[in-house]
Write a protein that binds this ligand. Structure first.
Ligand SMILES: O=c1[nH]cnc2c(O)c(F)c(-c3ccc(F)cc3)cc12
Ligand SMILES: [Mg+2]
Length: 214
């Protein structure tokens, strides 16, 4: 069948990355998407901010909403301790298939579990399904209209603890106004905006980091 952008990204990674070397997988995807065709990976500029937040949080449990090709999954996974766990949720089964192969190539299968389906269906199941006590870090990078309902769901299912960090991509472009309005006005969060650039372009975008206060 015809190739897709995720399939072309996988083919490039298979050709240019070193199996088991997560850094080389991240660099290969950035090289492809900056030189050949744009793709909605968090990218290297925002990726450096993501790296810093992950390292400072040093999480045992991470939830990623929106896997796409697995770029940020690998970017986060490469910084986690061996006993840490990352669950990533992707609703598009074709993307999930590609992402699984990219995650495997990075050598991160032992730390990463991918769930295929809608975040709003899967979040309520996390607690029991994965014996998830609570989440130390959540990376929101899926469909912007789901950021707020999924955050409310995370609160209600008791998956957040005092100190849980929510990090949201694209709060400027494409923009997540309802989410920002809620999180910046809620006394249950302390938020900070990290300005950056949209992946591979000169357009402004940024990440919103919000710490749950309990
Ligand atoms: O749908 C998305 N999910 C997750 N992340 C995205 C992203 O980082 C984008 F830049 C964009 C994006 C797409 C088209 C544009 F013109 C600008 C940004 C979309 C998403
Ligand atoms: Mg994004």
């Amino acid at each position: 069948t015809r190739t897709s952008k995720p399939k072309r990204i996988l083919a490039y990674v298979e050709k240019h990355a070193v199996p088991g070397d997560a850094e080389s997988v991240v660099n290969a995807i950035d090289a492809y998407c900056s030189r050949v065709e744009w793709a909605m990976n968090v990218g290297s500029d925002k990726g450096k901010i993501l790296d810093r937040v992950v390292s400072e949080t040093d999480p045992d449990t991470v939830l990623e909403l929106g896997t796409y090709c697995g770029y940020s999954t690998v970017r986060i996974g490469r910084l986690l301790r061996p006993e840490a766990r990352l669950v990533t949720i992707e609703m598009n089964p074709d993307n999930a298939k590609i992402a699984k192969q990219i995650i495997a190539l990075a050598g991160l299968n032992s730390k990463i579990e991918m769930l295929v389906g809608s975040s709003s269906d899967l979040i309520p199941q996390l607690k029991k399904k994965l014996d998830m006590k609570t989440l130390d870090l959540v990376f929101l990078d899926h469909w912007k209209i789901f950021y707020l309902p999924d955050t409310r769901c995370l609160e209600e299912t008791g998956l957040l603890h005092k100190g849980t960090v929510l990090l949201a991509d694209n709060v400027v472009c494409p923009g997540t106004p309802e989410y920002l309005k809620y999180i910046r006005n809620s006394s249950r969060y302390r938020s900070e905006y990290f300005p950056s650039r949209l992946e591979y372009l000169q357009v402004e975008d940024g990440l919103e980091k919000s710490v749950f206060l309990g």
